[in-house]
Design a protein around this ligand. Structure first.
Ligand code: NAP
Length: 523
């Protein structure tokens, strides 16, 4: 019965988005928002190896749109509990790693099915806890489902026979086996998709997991953990260890039984993890593997012959969708001098029409930024931007009661400017003039990051040049630079953007496995 579910699997296809323009779907989403709101303020304990633990040190997760609302209360882990979580995962590894891959795949497909059935409920949690607008929440949850479906199929492929040369007189094979205990540390900005993708990739490949969610979005993590348990993943296969990264992070990374760390987040935390993981600890038997996906300073080039309306729409969506809080967000528009003024005029006019306000109200294109610390940091960059360029949009009023920031455009920014070089992670776009396409390409590559980029151009030669020389992990032509789709756009960046792990692609699960070659003499 169970293996039949996997044997008859149809090919992968991306999860369709709910169309919120239909009254029925709008009504259903409003009901989901009401239901989820009535579950606000619940207390969530830590769970290590099946034991529920209350530490008494509680984190209150707030709705960034309405700060008086407490979405969830979460007990925080200590260093001692972090160590216990790794030990517990280590004890569970032998059994979980020997669970047949098809069984693990079946659980993963069940997780996808449960998520799909509870999609609007998850959308609502993302609206409230992460400040995502309805369509942004829907895209995040859909991507989470996609990761489950895609990695399930990938695991079946890797569990099957691998193409190796057969030597005469031998039976030669390569099999993939899991690594051990994985520490999974996601960010808050794709609180379901990235958290789910990293966690299930580690689990379906047979590793046990200590999942340390972001302190900004712990309720979504707790809800996803419920889904995994309901789908049949054993309690011992993963721990949800809510707590501050700066308190428990080092202990998790440094533990000698940690075999790998799968991290997505900022450059500085990623580099710290990489450095700590490289040092061998007493009793440690392996070189730890680090998968680290980090920041971006993504550019869109607008070429002289580009369709300027389409370019303005693409830049607007990339820069201000989810308040610019995507690693893939466009924070630099590099525009050919011939179309610079026209582009800036069109983009500015469109940007001034953006509605900012609570994310639960579907009239708003932009919701709040995630936290007070983010708000302060972004506002300080806007002040820097005023000195480094010309503020053309961004002075408008925003609602009170949440962490709202207006979409902001700073024009005439030089490549040496801080707002051109540093990741701001908010709705702030630097616009820079380029002499010609060659100059635009050089400016786009003038960054320590290399995550996403886009080119709007009608010149096939220029697009060919960009294909070869625009140094980013995810490059797009004549479209926005956000919105990578699982299976179609494996995602991961170059340089300080990370280890280029290409989530949602065929190379990804190999990062959670090791290959074993077995050769048997025949006769
Ligand atoms: P962050 O501050 O680096 O935090 C990421 C995660 O690391 C959180 O779970 C955090 O826990 C934890 N952490 C903090 N300090 C730690 C430490 N010393 N050791 C171990 N873990 C620690 O990043 P963020 O603000 O959540 O996310 C935004 C960043 O992620 C941006 O730079 C963005 O570009 C990047 N990002 C990259 C990608 C990609 O695919 N390349 C995708 C999404 C986001 P706490 O929350 O408890 O501090």
């Amino acid at each position: 019965m169970r293996s039949m579910a996997t044997a008859s699997l149809p090919g992968f296809r991306n999860e369709p988005y709910t169309d919120f323009s239909t009254p029925a779907n709008r009504g259903a989403m409003e009901k989901a928002l009401d239901r989820v709101r009535s579950a606000f303020g619940r207390e969530y304990r830590l769970r290590i190896g099946g034991e529920w633990i209350a530490t008494g040190d509680v984190l209150a997760s707030l709705n960034p749109s309405r700060l008086e609302e407490v979405v969830g209360l979460h007990h925080k882990a200590t260093v001692e509990l972090a160590n216990r979580a790794v030990e517990s995962a280590w004890s569970a590894f032998p059994e979980w790693s020997r669970t047949p891959a098809r069984e693990r795949v079946r659980m993963l497909l069940d997780a996808a099915r449960i998520l799909r059935a509870r999609k609007m409920e998850f959308d609502a949690w993302l609206v409230y806890e992460a400040g995502k607008t309805w369509p942004e929440a829907e895209a995040d949850v859909s991507e989470g489902i996609d990761f489950c479906e895609y990695y399930a199929r990938e695991m079946l492929r890797l569990d099957g026979p691998q193409p190796v040369v057969q030597l005469p007189g031998e039976r030669d094979e390569t099999i993939y086996i899991p690594l051990g205990v994985g520490v999974v540390i996601p960010p808050w900005n794709f609180p379901l998709a990235i958290l789910a993708g990293m966690t299930v990739a580690a689990l379906v490949t047979g590793n046990t997991v200590v999942l340390k969610p972001s302190s900004e979005t712990p309720t979504i993590a707790a809800k996803f953990a419920e889904v995994l348990l309901e789908a049949g993943f054993p309690e011992s296969s993963f721990t949800l260890l809510t707590g501050s990264g700066s308190v428990v992070g080092d202990a998790l990374v440094e533990h000698p039984k940690t075999r790998f760390i799968c991290f997505t987040g900022s450059r500085d935390v990623g580099l710290r993890i990489n450095e700590l993981a490289a040092r061998r600890r007493p009793g440690q038997m392996w070189i730890k593997r680090v998968i680290a996906e980090m920041g971006g300073k993504d550019a869109i080039i607008v070429d002289a012959g580009a369709d300027i309306d389409k370019a303005a729409d693409g830049v607007l969506a990339s820069a201000f969708g989810y308040q610019g809080q995507k690693c893939s967000a466009c924070s630099r528009a590099i525009v050919d001098a011939q179309v610079y003024d026209l582009f800036l005029e069109k983009l500015s006019a469109k940007t001034r029409n953006i509605q900012v306000g609570p994310a639960d109200d579907p009239r708003h294109y932009m919701g709040p930024v995630i936290a007070e610390s983010a708000r302060k940091s972004i506002l300080s960059y806007i002040e820097i931007g005023r000195k480094e360029g010309r503020l053309v949009v961004g002075d408008g009023p925003v609602p009170q009661g949440g962490y709202f920031i207006p979409p902001t455009i700073v024009a005439d920014v030089e490549p040496t400017a801080r707002i051109f070089q540093e990741e701001i992670f908010g709705p702030v776009l630097a616009v820079t003039k380029a002499r010609d396409f060659e100059d635009a390409l050089a400016k786009a590559n003038d960054s320590e990051y290399g995550l996403t980029g886009a080119v709007f151009s009608s010149d096939a030669g220029h697009l060919r040049e960009a294909r070869e020389r625009f140094h980013v992990g995810n490059l797009y032509f004549n479209r926005k630079c956000t919105g990578a789709m699982v299976g179609a756009h494996p995602f991961g960046g170059f340089n300080m953007s990370g280890t280029d792990s290409k989530a949602g692609g065929q190379d990804y699960l190999l990062l959670f496995l090791q290959a074993k070659s077995v050769a048997a003499k025949i006769g």
